[in-house]
Design a protein around this ligand. Structure first.
Ligand code: AGP
Length: 611
């Protein structure tokens, strides 16, 4: 995680760095720092804990100007969020400054050796060893000192380095953490991602692993660790600059929840077409027929909320397409030697397209010769560029760290992908395709219907805002929604919540239930409705306070529960679209009442780029 940026040119580097850091804050916001070389050849470092704006306010009191500088926004891996652990880190003479995104895995041994040779450490970070090593390896050029240093580093790192005695250049390195160079006119940039420098240039170089670059205002030299020149293409990025606003909502999360009907509608509009004979066709995902027909089994790999959308898809692939489907956390998949055959299809789901574990899982699948489909939201992200096929959710920028609209976007794409399989494998004829689509097209208006009247949710939020724990139960296709509801509550309100398969509760978690325990149960119409009712009875018998998510017009549920949130009636197989919305809102309103930071909850980052 962490975001890094660097600038050399004729503008004020401080302004460019702050603009960039604001864009990079989704990668972490534990602390921020900048280093510049002033016109008097002084290396000036400023750091602050917390958000980038804290640092900005501090600096605004004493404005500074420089033509070169580097900046960092941190998500703490080694060492707590503190000023001394904030980047940039410096050598003991404060001549070299360095920013880092990634993890140095062998930092303990390196630190031990450096300490033996008299080196004094200021921070608890893994990063600080790098700057001391560069200092130690320096003879005549920063570039060569960095090159030499890389030989002993293990782990992932994107680095930006500034040396006051070579005040016209930044040296940067990429190894398993993203880094791009922005090519400008009499100015050049480095950044963790495009968005940070897009207002200044559209010409970008995507550095590859092992690349070391030296940038001055008019020159870019890229080499490898053996000093061989590397030629990298300059790509012109066509992306629009989107300045995302709250549009009158108090938080991005709420705005994004309310965007969900139009997200589903747009995906469906884009994917479903009627030909002139009024036959329903799917606007192809451009996946080759054979890459669908020959699939023997499916692995869906993702993290967090994206993993939950994968769990819903498992039900669909197995129920309709009859393909064995496994869903794995990316962090588990990559270390457990999954049995991948050439005919195994690996579906990678990631909003950001950048999650480190998900990206390395994709690479494992590719190395084993599997076809891969990436479902991403961020266009041009690493995962989207490396997969065999990419299906974009086109949800627009998701600013809130807690994912909502990207989940519903992923679900919509997955439901369409399942349909693509059903058509290509000739499981569905035209009649069944139409029937399937008929259900899907109801989703936007049903979500809107629910969002028009959310009083029941705010009322329940008020009652439960001070609880310490909460259980979420669901079964079958709504089991993943119970997990997602619990995740939302945990991450933004800091209330401990457990998502559980309702039938599994009596095998342990039921011991947690007493009269103070809220139990949110997804109990919409389905073929297992009566089973869920039995689970509600079991929880009630132990004193649990039942909050049911039920289908409108369900007359039985009110007698079985303490509180009910009714959602519009839909076919069971699309019910996750409806059941997740009240759970997102419940978490939101509880977090608001508790005074939490909704869009940037503590300890989190939007993109998890470390393993
Ligand atoms: C969800 O609210 C979380 N912020 C988190 O679990 C997220 O879904 C996870 O980190 C995966 O991110 P990705 O979809 O960008 O890969």
């Amino acid at each position: 995680m962490c975001g890094i940026i660097g600038y050399v040119g004729t503008k004020n580097a401080v302004d460019v760095i702050f603009n960039g850091l604001n864009k990079l804050e989704y990668r972490g916001y534990d602390s921020a720092g900048i280093a510049i070389v002033t016109s008097k050849n002084k290396l000036l470092i400023k750091k602050s804990i917390g958000k980038v704006d804290n640092l900005k306010k501090k600096i605004e009191k004493y404005p500074i100007f420089a033509n070169i500088g580097i900046g960092h926004t941190r998500w703490a891996t080694h060492g707590k969020s503190s000023k001394k652990n904030a980047h940039p880190h410096v050598d003991h003479k404060k001549n070299i400054a360095l920013v880092h995104n990634g993890v140095i895995e062998n930092y303990s041994e390196l630190k031990k050796d450096l300490k033996k040779s008299g080196c004094k450490f200021i921070s608890e970070t893994d990063t600080e060893v790098i700057v001391h090593l560069i200092k130690k390896n320096y003879t005549y050029s920063l570039f060569n000192a960095v090159r030499k240093t890389l030989n002993v580093l293990t782990g992932s790192y994107a680095l930006g380095i500034l040396y006051k005695n070579e005040p016209d250049r930044i040296v940067c390195v990429k190894q398993d953490s993203p880094l791009i160079i922005g090519v400008g006119n009499n100015e050049n940039f480095i950044a963790s991602d495009i968005s940070a420098i897009l207002p200044y240039t559209r010409d970008m170089i995507f550095l590859e692993n092992g690349d070391i670059a030296e940038i001055t205002m008019d020159k870019i030299i890229i080499k490898d660790v053996k000093n061989n020149i590397k030629i990298r293409q300059i790509k012109n990025i066509k992306l629009k600059i989107i300045d995302v606003k709250k549009n009158g909502y108090n938080h991005f999360m709420l705005k994004e929840i309310f965007e969900q009907p139009s997200i589903v509608e747009n995906i469906l509009k884009d994917k479903i077409i009627n030909d002139k004979d009024n036959k329903v066709l799917i606007n192809e995902f451009k996946i080759k027929g054979n890459d669908i027909i020959n699939v023997s089994n499916i692995y869906i790999v993702a993290c967090g909320t994206s993993y939950h959308s994968g769990l819903v898809a498992k039900f669909l692939f197995e129920k309709f397409v009859k393909i064995p489907t496994e869903v794995d956390f990316a962090s588990e998949f990559k270390y457990r030697d999954p049995i991948l055959k050439k005919e195994s299809l690996v579906i990678i789901i990631s909003q950001s397209g950048e999650t480190a574990d998900t990206l390395s899982s994709l690479r494992i699948a590719k190395n084993k010769g599997c076809k891969t489909i990436a479902i991403c939201n961020v266009v041009g992200s690493f995962i989207s560029r490396e997969a065999t096929y990419v299906l974009y959710t086109h949800c627009g920028v998701e600013k809130s760290v807690a994912s909502t609209k990207s989940f519903v976007g992923q679900l919509t794409i997955l439901y369409m992908l399942v349909l693509e399989f059903l058509i290509k494998r000739e499981i569905f004829g035209n009649y069944e395709i139409k029937k399937y689509i008929k259900e899907l097209v109801k989703i936007p208006s049903k979500i809107s219907e629910f969002l028009k009247e959310t009083k029941s949710v705010t009322k329940i939020a008020e009652i439960f805002k001070n609880k310490k724990n909460c259980l979420y139960l669901g079964r079958h296709i709504n089991y993943p929604i119970a997990l997602e509801g619990a995740l939302k509550l945990k991450e933004i309100s800091y209330i401990h919540a457990e998502g559980y398969a309702a039938g599994e509760m009596k095998h342990g978690p039921i011991a947690l239930i007493d009269k103070s325990m809220p139990v949110v149960v997804i109990a919409v119409e389905s073929k297992i409705y009566q089973k869920i009712i039995s689970n509600i009875e079991e929880a009630r018998a132990r004193g649990g306070i039942i909050i049911a998510i039920a289908s409108k017009f369900d007359k039985e549920i009110i007698h079985k529960s303490d509180h009910v949130i009714y959602v519009p009636r839909v076919n069971e197989f699309i019910s996750p679209f409806l059941t997740v919305i009240p759970l997102q809102l419940l978490a939101y309103y509880i977090a608001v009442l508790r005074g939490c930071n909704i869009d940037q909850p503590r300890n989190l980052a939007k993109s998890v780029t470390v393993e």
